[in-house]
Design a binder for this molecule. Structure first.
Ligand SMILES: [Zn+2]
Ligand SMILES: [Zn+2]
Ligand SMILES: [Zn+2]
Length: 154
């Protein structure tokens, strides 16, 4: 069963449970992440936080994200050549990223079950399904590539 992503109240209770201070900045970072539809870079998180709290510096946001990761509230991933992106921890999923248009797609982690098992039994290697995206070409870009080749060969 899929675990829903945490909301800001869950985040706040985890911070309290770890005997850390709950600051307005931390609460705001949690709100920004909870209301985001997908993956945010640190720059995007910082901008959204600063809209509400202009005095919060990028380094503060960075430290908050680090603390949230240590508490397993937040996870990050690398989608292609871009900066790491963050979201609240929840159901583990995989990422696909298109090298042409840089679109990213979330896919269910169970697509990796067979590969994951094989890597573990053959190499003793434990796959991290979430951390780094698989790269390739999305359906739209493949169609564009085919169309370009077809036009050229006329
Ligand atoms: Zn993700
Ligand atoms: Zn990383
Ligand atoms: Zn594409």
């Amino acid at each position: 069963m899929a675990t829903p992503r945490a909301d800001e109240d869950t985040v706040v209770s985890v911070i309290r449970g770890a005997a850390k201070r709950v600051t307005v900045a931390k609460r705001t970072v949690a709100e920004v992440l909870a209301s985001a539809p997908g993956h945010l870079t640190t720059d995007e998180i910082t901008l959204a936080v600063q809209e509400r709290l202009p005095d919060v510096s990028p380094s503060t946001v960075y430290r908050i994200l680090e603390e949230f990761e240590e508490l397993n509230i937040v996870v990050h991933a690398h989608l292609g050549q871009h900066a790491a992106v963050y979201h609240l921890a929840g159901a583990v999923h995989g990422h696909l990223t298109c090298e042409d248009c840089h679109a990213t797609f979330e896919i269910p982690a169970d697509h990796f079950d067979a590969l994951s098992k094989k890597l573990l039994t053959t190499y003793g290697f434990r796959l991290d399904r979430h951390h780094v995206a698989l790269s390739g070409a999305c359906a739209t870009c493949q169609a564009v590539r085919h169309a370009t080749i077809a036009t050229r060969s006329k």
